[in-house]
Design a protein around this ligand. Structure first.
Ligand code: ZN
Length: 314
């Protein structure tokens, strides 16, 4: 074999190896997405009684998520994953707890992306359990799938995974998180919030926020996605009426109020939204797996972008 032939053979082998490893990492992201269906089933079970903040069912959800954080190798912040907070609202004193774990960036540990999903729901009303499978056991399941994937594919920037409490009581967990952030606020480059991602009869996943932060749109459209998943933008301006503007509708709103860019992944309201019928059995498995697989790749794309971006984009 000549030197050139050797070199060609070497190049061919390394290209093959790269193709195999890309296929493997794609496969894994999909595998984690599929496995995370189980998290929806567990978190939306009747035994958790709708996960209302401050209830035993909410605490059971907390313990389950902590166990998954450990399994995904997330590093705790300060003494542990659990960060309690107390807020006096007009109705009551709310005792909640956010669960926070992180994976330090290999290249830029002082640049952070915060991935959020609220794990609380509205509990039991008139004897009926509101299981909140889509809202928002699904988002937490997606967050856990991403945590497991990045545990095996180290990010360049720091990824903070925050399962937030008391969203349903007025974004109280997100407010507490930014009051005592796990890293200095100026290090937080982006929030990616997942809230309701497990069903859409029209197969539509929204990425809201690009009207405020247009630099995010081309990055998201460049991420490969299955033909069966439609990625839509919008729901981030008041042009179709205030109720269609989701800018402040979930935890990402608090990041936005702090001047931190956000992307909110979610679906439009459906017939089981905030009803006792928001059950695991209504999960669209293919849509959920497609959505989580896509979101995981989107996070990887945004991580790479922020790694190459010394000045924060706001
Ligand atoms: Zn929600």
């Amino acid at each position: 074999m000549t030197t050139t032939a050797l070199l060609r053979a070497f190049l061919l082998i390394s290209q093959l190896a790269l193709a195999v490893s890309c296929a493997q990492s794609q496969q894994q992201s999909e595998d984690f997405a599929r496995a995370s269906l189980e998290h929806i089933r567990v978190l939306a079970a009747d035994s958790l009684q709708g996960r209302e903040t401050g209830t035993p069912g909410n605490r059971m959800a907390m313990e389950y998520i902590e166990q998954e954080f450990r399994a995904a190798g997330l590093a705790p912040v300060d003494s542990g994953y659990r960060h309690a907070f107390t807020v006096d609202t007009d109705e009551a004193t709310v005792h909640g707890a956010n669960l926070i774990g992180l994976i330090r960036g290999t290249k830029y540990p002082d640049r952070a992306i915060v991935i959020t999903a609220h794990y609380d729901h509205v509990g039991v009303r008139d004897g009926q359990i509101y299981n909140g499978a889509d809202d928002n056991a699904s988002g937490v399941a997606g967050l856990l799938a991403a945590a497991h994937w990045f545990h095996r594919h180290a990010p360049a920037t720091t990824l903070i995974f925050a399962a937030l409490d008391a969203e349903e009581k007025g974004l109280l967990g997100a407010t507490a998180l930014l009051k005592h952030p796990p890293v200095p606020l100026e290090q937080i480059r982006l929030n990616i919030n997942l809230d309701m991602i497990s069903r859409s009869s029209k197969k539509e996943l929204y990425a809201a926020g690009t009207a405020h932060y247009p630099w995010l749109k081309p990055l998201l459209t460049s991420v490969a996605r299955p033909d069966s998943l439609r990625l839509l933008f919008g729901h981030d301006t008041p042009e179709h009426g205030a109720q269609h503007d989701w800018t402040l509708a979930s935890d990402h709103g608090v990041f936005h109020q702090h001047g931190i860019p956000f992307i909110y992944f979610g679906v439009e309201d459906h017939e089981d939204y905030h009803k006792p019928s928001d059950d695991f059995s209504k999960t669209d498995r293919v849509f959920f797996i497609d959505a989580v697989h896509f979101i995981t790749r989107a996070i990887a794309k945004l991580d790479a972008h922020i790694a190459g971006d010394p000045v924060p984009q706001r």
